[in-house]
Design a protein around this ligand. Structure first.
Ligand code: G1P
Length: 291
């Protein structure tokens, strides 16, 4: 069966971006003029996903509003002749079907995914984490879906990270099957460098079989006192095969300040109307520093 649904957990408090996130959800902080979450939803749309399930929390209603129509604003812009902007706004509202469910307590990523159980049903589904922006020719989720369609088993996005950074990720031990494909044998959430099974980190894109749900229901809290998706996935891997795919593309961690700056610069350089100015500015900074 074709995968139609994507779960996007957005209940996180965004404490790393306070005070900006005191009243604005971190997912709506913009990379240039587009909120981070829109890039993530766009990736799902381009991968052929038809419905997004936001797992939300208090104060996050404006995320759903962002994907809704705004007739009053459209009318004013129409009257002013700003038809291009109106078109762009309509495109966002028509992008995809959006539903949501509340995560009432911050019990971790595994718990957030479990909250979507009734809305997902007995189907395989995608999970996209909004902190990870991935710029690639083929949408990262599409790359994972291609593996899923062949194997019919769960697939995790993988990226090789420096040894000093493994403690920020779920890290796998896998058997290499082909160029980018691994069969996952073990995984640890946020290991110390000396305990990491490899340098292959899980990045926030997953295709999961529905068998993950009963497992998450009984998964005990792990690292950080939270119910970890990684711990649930390890149990799943003991019952059926779980694959890892080292995706092609550039990933930006916009949940981190430096990652946010990197994404802003990289996405600005991709805009023809900004590229020249931004490049000149960056060069001038480097020249002044070295001069
Ligand atoms: C989550 C997952 C972790 C994964 C990471 C990718 O961690 O728990 O396994 O490696 O996303 O971004 P978080 O960054 O939410 O702490």
């Amino acid at each position: 069966m074709k995968i139609k649904k994507a779960v996007i957990p957005v209940a996180g408090l965004g404490t790393r971006f306070l005070p900006a996130t005191k009243t604005v959800p971190k997912e709506l902080l913009p990379i240039l003029d587009i909120p981070a979450i829109q890039y993530v939803v766009q990736e799902a749309v381009e991968a052929g996903i038809q419905e997004v399930i936001f797992v939300t929390g208090r104060g996050k209603d404006s995320i759903e509003d962002h994907f809704d129509a705004v007739p009053e604003l459209e009318q004013i812009l129409e009257e002013r002749g700003q038809t291009e902007v109106v078109k762009a706004l309509r495109q966002i509202a028509d992008m995809i079907e959006v539903v949501s469910v509340r995560q009432k307590r911050p019990l971790g990523l595994g718990h957030a995914v479990l909250c979507a159980r009734d809305l997902v049903g007995e189907e395989s589904f995608a999970v996209l984490l909004a902190d990870d922006l991935i710029d690639s020719d083929i949408p990262c989720v599409r790359q994972l879906l291609d593996v899923y369609e062949e194997k019919k088993e769960s697939v995790l996005a993988l990226m090789r990270v420096p040894a000093g950074e493994v403690r920020r990720y779920g890290v796998i031990k896998g058997q290499s099957l082909s160029d980018r494909l691994y069969e996952v044998e073990d995984m640890v959430e946020k290991p110390k460098p000396e305990q990491a099974p490899s340098q292959m980190a899980i990045i926030g894109r997953y295709i999961l079989r529905p068998e993950i749900f009963p497992i998450l229901e009984t998964t005990q809290s792990g690292t950080g006192g939270e119910i970890q998706l990684t711990d649930g996935l390890l149990q799943l891997a003991r019952k059926r095969k779980v694959y890892g795919y080292e995706f092609a593309g550039e990933r930006y961690d916009v949940g981190d300040k430096f990652g946010f700056v990197r994404a802003t610069i990289a996405y600005a350089l991709k805009r023809p109307e900004l590229n020249g100015q931004v490049m000149d500015y960056l060069k001038s900074i480097v020249e002044n520093r070295s001069g």
